[in-house]
Ligand binder design. Structure first.
Ligand code: PEP
Ligand code: MG
Length: 582
C-alpha cells in the first residue's frame, strides 16, 4: 500500500469524494519591501496597469460564467468588486508611491492596501467598517496578478466539475458558487466543523474537510485526491488498494442513501407511537426542493443571512418579501420558521472575513439581534416583510442570540409597533404569527423559564450554545477537538430548556447541528425533544432512528444517565449515550 501525501482536518459529512485536485487561493500574500531604480519607474507603473487590466478581465469572465440559478447577490458582489477595480482612487496612491518614492509595484500596492484597510477598520459605522474586506480582496486580487497570475476562490476561470478544490479558506458565499460549478468536494486549511461554511457544505451536499493545515502546499494541481469527509482525511497519490477501498465505501454510502429514500413518505413515529416532527434547515430559497424531497414536515430554521451577503446595499422590504414568498411557495403549505438576521462572526457581509484583528472578538460582539436592535434600518424592513409574508402561508418568526429579557422586550415592542403600522396601512398579515427565540447563549438557557413566558416557542441552537458554554470559537479548528455536544454542561442546559418549555406548554425544538447527529438523537428524544430541525440530507437517517426507537425506554435511560452524570467517567458517559440508540 502506498500513499505519498495525506492531510488531516475536521470531518464535516458522511461522504467520500474522489477527483482531481484544483488548487485555489493559497492564503495571504507575503510581499517584501523592494525599491526600483528611477529608470524603471515607467515599466513598474506599466506592470501595475497590466495587473489591474488582467484582474478586471478575470473578474468579468467569472461574472459571465456564474450560472443563472446562482443568487443575484453573488453577481452583485462581483460587480461591486469590478467597480472598485475601475475606480482610479483605489490605486492612484500606489502609482504615486512608485513615481515619487521608487517603490516596486507590488510593494507600493501592499503599502497602500495596509493603509486602506486601517482606514476602514477605524470607521465608526459598522457597515462601512465591514467593507474593509472588499477593499482588501480587490487589492489582493491585483497583487495576485502582479506576482504571476494567482487566482482566488470564486475567480478561477476553470472547469471545476468533479474537481476537489483545495484552498486556504472558502467563504460561505464562495461555497455556493463552488456548488454551482459542480465541485466534487473541497478541502481548506482554515475553519471548524461548525463554521457557517461547513454547515453550508453539509446542506449543499458537498463533502468537505476543513482545518487541514498546510494542505495547499502538499498537493499538486491535477493529481487524484481522495476526500474522506467522514474521518477528515484527504489523500493523494494513493495506490489501487486504497482507491478500491474508497470506491467500495462510496458504493456502500450510495446504497444506504437509496435504502433511506424509501422512508420519505413513511411517518416519523417511534415504536411506542410517539410522533417526532422532523424539519429542515434552509440556507437559500432553492433549498425548499431538498427539504421536500427528504420529507421535511416544516422548516425549523430559515437562515436569512444570504440576503445580505456580498453586496453594497441593504435588501429592502420588497426584496425580503420576495425571498420569503419564494420559500413559502416552494414549501407548498408546510410551515417555515424565518430567523431574523444573524450577521456576525463567520456570517459577514463579505468574503475573507475570518481574519479579524486580534483586538476584536466578533462572537461576543455586535452580532445577530444585538446588531439588529442597534441598527433599526437593518431590522425593520425584515420584520415588516416577515409579518407580510405570514399572510401567504404558515410562518413563524425566530430571533437569534437572545441573552437578556430586556433585549427580548425591545424586540417584542418593535414587532408590536410594526403590527400596528401594517394594520393602519391596511396591509394583510397573520395577527397570530408565532414569535419564538433561539436558546443559544448559556444565559438564555439558564433563564429559559422567563423566555418561555414571553415567547410562543423556543429553539435550541447548539452550534452557538456549545461555543459559548465551552468557551471555544466554533470556527477555530485549533480548538475544535473541544467541541463536544455531549459535555455534561451542554446536556444540562438542553434539559433545562426543554423542561422550561414543557412547564409553560411552549414547544421546544432544536435547530443546531446536534439535532441531525445520529449519536445524539436518542438522548435528545429521551430528554423530551419532539421537534428536530436539521440540514435536509440528514432527515431520513434521523427518521430511521426515530422509527426504531422506544421513546419511553429512552426517557427512562436518560433519567438514569443524568442521575450518575457527575460520577461517571466522561468516556464511559459518551459510550453510554451512544448505546442508548442501540
Ligand atoms: C446554532 O447556533 O445552533 C444555529 C442553529 O445557528 P447558526 O449556526 O446559524 O449560528
Ligand atoms: Mg447560532
Amino acid at each position: 500500500m502506498t500513499l505519498s501525501c495525506c492531510g488531516l482536518g475536521v470531518a464535516t459529512a458522511r461522504a467520500i469524494a474522489i477527483g482531481s485536485a484544483f488548487l485555489l487561493d493559497r492564503g495571504p500574500l507575503a510581499i517584501a519591501p523592494r525599491s526600483v531604480d528611477p529608470s524603471e519607474v515607467f515599466d513598474e507603473i506599466q506592470r501595475l496597469e497590466e495587473a489591474i487590466t488582467a484582474a478586471q478581465r478575470a473578474l468579468r469572465t467569472v461574472r459571465d460564467q456564474v450560472p443563472r440559478s446562482t443568487p443575484v447577490k453573488v453577481t452583485e458582489f462581483i460587480d461591486s468588486h469590478l467597480l472598485m477595480l475601475e475606480d482610479h482612487a483605489l490605486v492612484d496612491p500606489a502609482r504615486a508611491l512608485i513615481r515619487e518614492q521608487y517603490f516596486s509595484a507590488e510593494w507600493a500596492l501592499e503599502h497602500h492596501r495596509v493603509r486602506l484597510v486601517k482606514v476602514f477598520e477605524d470607521m465608526e459605522d459598522p457597515y462601512l467598517r465591514s467593507r474593509r474586506d472588499d477593499v482588501d480582496h480587490v487589492v489582493q486580487h491585483i497583487l495576485g496578478f502582479l506576482l504571476g497570475g494567482r487566482t482566488s476562490d470564486a475567480e478561477a476561470d476553470a472547469d471545476l466539475s468533479g474537481c476537489i478544490v483545495i484552498a486556504h479558506d472558502i467563504s460561505p458565499a464562495d461555497t455556493v458558487v463552488l456548488r454551482h460549478r459542480g465541485v466534487a468536494a473541497f478541502v481548506t486549511e482554515y475553519g471548524g466543523p461548525m463554521s457557517h461554511t461547513a454547515i453550508l457544505a453539509r446542506s449543499l451536499n458537498i463533502p468537505a474537510v476543513m482545518g487541514a493545515r498546510n494542505v495547499t502546499s502538499y498537493f499538486r494541481q491535477g493529481e487524484t485526491v481522495v476526500v474522506d469527509a467522514e474521518k477528515g482525511i484527504v489523500m493523494a497519490d494513493v495506490d489501487a488498494v486504497i482507491l478500491d477501498h474508497y470506491r467500495r465505501r462510496m458504493r456502500v454510502l450510495e446504497e444506504r442513501r437509496a435504502r433511506l429514500q424509501r422512508l420519505v413518505s413513511e411517518p416519523s413515529i417511534s415504536l411506542d407511537g410517539i410522533s417526532v416532527s422532523l424539519m429542515a434547515n434552509l440556507e437559500l430559497p432553492e433549498d425548499t426542493l431538498a427539504a421536500r424531497a427528504n420529507g421535511a414536515t416544516g422548516v425549523g430554521l430559515y437562515r436569512t443571512e444570504f440576503l445580505y451577503m456580498n453586496r453594497d446595499t441593504l435588501p429592502d422590504e420588497e426584496e425580503h418579501l420576495a425571498a420569503y414568498l419564494e420559500v413559502i411557495r416552494g414549501l407548498a403549505g408546510i410551515p417555515v420558521t424565518i430567523r431574523t438576521l444573524d450577521l456576525g462572526v463567520d456570517k459577514q457581509v463579505d468574503s475573507d472575513s475570518h481574519f479579524c484583528p486580534p483586538v476584536c472578538n466578533p462572537a461576543l460582539g455586535l452580532r445577530a439581534i444585538r446588531l439588529c436592535l442597534k441598527e433599526p434600518e437593518l431590522f425593520r424592513p425584515q420584520l415588516r416583510a416577515i409579518l407580510r409574508a405570514s399572510a401567504f402561508g404558515p410562518v413563524r418568526l425566530m430571533v437569534p442570540m437572545l441573552s437578556s429579557l430586556q433585549e427580548l422586550g425591545s424586540v417584542l415592542a418593535i414587532i408590536e409597533q410594526i403590527r400596528r403600522e401594517l394594520e393602519a396601512e391596511g396591509i394583510a398579515f397573520d395577527p397570530d404569527m408565532p414569535v419564538g427565540g433561539m436558546i443559544e447563549v448559556p444565559a438564555a438557557a439558564l433563564s429559559a423559564k422567563a423566555f418561555a413566558r414571553r415567547l410562543d416557542f423556543l429553539s435550541i441552537g447548539t452550534n452557538d450554545l456549545i461555543q459559548y458554554t465551552l468557551a471555544i470559537d466554533r470556527i477555530d479548528d485549533t480548538v475544535s477537538y473541544l467541541y463536544d455536544p455531549l459535555h455534561p454542561a451542554i446536556l444540562r442546559l438542553i434539559r433545562m430548556t426543554i423542561e422550561a418549555g414543557h412547564a409553560r406548554r411552549v414547544p421546544v425544538s432544536m435547530c443546531g447541528e446536534m439535532a441531525g447527529n445520529p449519536r445524539c438523537v436518542p438522548l435528545l428524544l429521551g430528554l423530551g425533544l419532539r421537534e428536530l430541525s436539521m440540514q435536509p440530507g440528514s432527515l431520513l437517517e434521523i427518521k430511521e432512528i426515530v422509527r426504531g426507537s422506544n421513546i419511553a425506554r429512552l426517557e427512562h435511560a436518560a433519567r438514569e444517565l443524568f442521575a450518575r452524570m457527575d460520577d461517571e467517567d466522561p468516556e464511559r458517559l459518551a459510550e453510554a449515550i451512544e448505546r442508548l440508540g442501540s
